[in-house]
Design a protein around this ligand. Structure first.
Ligand code: ZN
Length: 200
């Protein structure tokens, strides 16, 4: 960064620039905004980041991000434990929850298979999912990975691994646009995709 920009400001910009979707100009704008905040506000922002990192961890059952173990959803006794919906990210859980069309359990993969980027089955929570299914009681696994090449590859791979365990494997696809992220679909489309899921 230019020499006339003070180093601490440049460091702040650099951190913002590492965030997804933030370019150099936006990073500068955010850093400038933070500098205009009263110090107490800026401290609140900084501590909420460190607190979230310290207090959140993966649920030991579904791998969702949580501050309690098991998470809110896994501890809800009214939910259907015979169905597991497999999603890429914890953000997808809240999107599906908002449709109010699903009352089963979840399993968060924290990524998708991508041999090109070096993401292999062991890097995701697939083994943990297999162990959950092996415990019994699971009748159906809904693959709700994104409708992208990597999302499809991941769904097919997992289906191949878990079908021999005797579970029904279905895929959320109808109505979802190709290349579409679950995260960005509207509630009605996503609700329809859950209801009209197909066997894999
Ligand atoms: Zn959980």
């Amino acid at each position: 960064m230019a020499r006339y920009i003070p180093a601490p400001f440049a460091r702040l910009c650099e951190q913002f620039e590492r965030l997804p979707g933030i370019g150099h100009k936006t990073a500068m704008r955010l850093a400038y905004h933070v500098m205009l905040m009263p110090e107490a506000e800026a401290n609140k922002l900084a501590t909420s980041i460190t607190d979230a990192h310290r207090e959140l961890h993966y649920c030991s059952v579904c791998c969702n991000l949580t501050d309690k173990d098991p998470c809110f959803i896994c501890s809800d006794q009214s939910r259907d434990r015979s169905v597991i919906c497999v999603v890429e990210s914890f953000k997808d859980v809240s999107v599906i929850e908002e449709t109010r069309e699903y009352s089963g359990m979840y399993h968060v993969l924290h990524g998708v298979l991508s041999p090109m980027r070096g993401v292999l089955p062991d890097h995701l929570t697939i083994n943990h999912l297999v162990a959950r299914i092996r415990k019994g009681n699971v009748k159906e696994v809904i693959m709700a990975t994104n409708v992208t090449v990597e999302g499809e590859t991941t769904a097919s791979y997992i289906a191949k691994v878990i079908k021999p365990l005797g579970v029904r494997v279905t895929r959320l696809a109808t109505g979802l646009p190709a290349g579409g992220n679950i995260e960005y679909s509207d509630e009605v489309t996503l609700a329809r995709a859950i209801v009209s899921r197909m066997d894999m």
